[in-house]
Design a protein around this ligand. Sequence first.
Ligand SMILES: [Zn+2]
Length: 484
Amino acid sequence: MPKQKKIISQQAASEVLHDSDFTNYDSKRKNRSRYMLLGSERRRKRVLIHGAIFVITVDDKEKLQLWPNHSVYIVNGKIKEVFPADKGRIPVSDIDLIYDASKRGGIIISPGFINAHSHPPMYLLRSSMMLDKGNIVDQIAKMARLEGKMTNEDFFLGALGDLTEEQKNGITTTLSHYGVFEPVEEAAKACQQNVINAISAVSNSHPENTPALVEKILRRKNSYFTKPAIAIHYLHKASPTQLEKIKQLVKKHHALFTMHAAESEEWVQENVKKFGERTVETLEKLGLASSHVLLSHCVHLSGREIDLIKKYKIGVVHLPTSNKLHRSGEFDFVEFVKRGAADQVCLGTDSVISKNSLDLLSEALQTRITHLHKHRVLYEDLFRMVTSQAARILRLGKVGKILPGYQADISFWKLKDRGFLPYNEKEPLSLVGNMITHGGRNIRDLMIKGEFVISNRVHNLIDESALLIKLQEAHMALRKRIGK
Ligand SMILES: [Zn+2]
């Protein structure tokens, strides 16, 4: 019998294979921390992220950059300096905490992502959409029955489950579109997520919601942790009088106004029946069209409506996974590009009823795949859509970039990860392609407003294990209440 040829050298094998010793499993994980506290436990206001292997960010000319071996200095929640690590110039006496992003293969940092459309309390309903059985109309009716029995504690737990899952996927800002305000406010505060808290001003499921109630909240906007905003489910669900009141609120409080729009042609026709024209045309007629408006889905728009979106700088949230799962139709990306409105599009997760995982990298990939047969949405553009472009559309100010003066919302990703490696070192941009195509995985650490919310993959504010048990109990208790 011929001798079998050895295909890998002994040395190559020994470098990648463990010795067959299982006993030191635990010791291999020790001393993996990247944190060095210089000041006291309570003073961590001046943070140096030392030597990130890459800083991925959009620069002030809106161009995507990958800066190798850079450090970031943060003071009081704001980025103060971004500089090459070998030109270190921050005196140790000016640092409370050092995060070493250089060792063990290195850490990539990116701005925290921005989710422009979600319904966080619905997290509690995760198992309610069994699309294998029945049709979507029955399923939604069943889900609404469950939702109708949710308590404030349920809304809070659901929102906390949703927001912390988003955080694990590198999202630091979320727009919540829902019928309750306080439970979302409490959940955001508990996990320190930046939340635009858009509460319905008109709602079937929450009949107590009125423009007057929203006004009360907007008047007290400075006393909340979240940023209040106005929502309605659909334009045709509101009366002209209610919409007139909302218009005044937007103007007076500079508030963001968001709604679902043109998700199905059927709903567009409801709008035509009520107002005489299509959705965006109605917004123009009522004097509501402006850059304070954010429309989700926008699957069934006419060319004229896209022109109006461009003209009035209306924001659009594209939700390709939700549109596929609910068979809503296909967003016309090509028309947005042709009519010059593509830079008004950002992305969202929608709820767990409409998406597999609450992250934006997989939504970026879904965007790319959905439109590839007609148009290639570049990785660079996708990255902008979940960072700087979303920040502009949501009127967030200095958020969504790693540049001096910006809020320190930062995601930390291990380079030595299957979501990144192997990449072409001569073309670091390939890392962004890898991140979107192979990513959608958990971050290592997460910083919001200069504070580490997640460290060494563990949430610093929430006991994740206890939260999951609570969610499960609350879910079954809810089913019991409706007898299902
Ligand atoms: Zn939605």
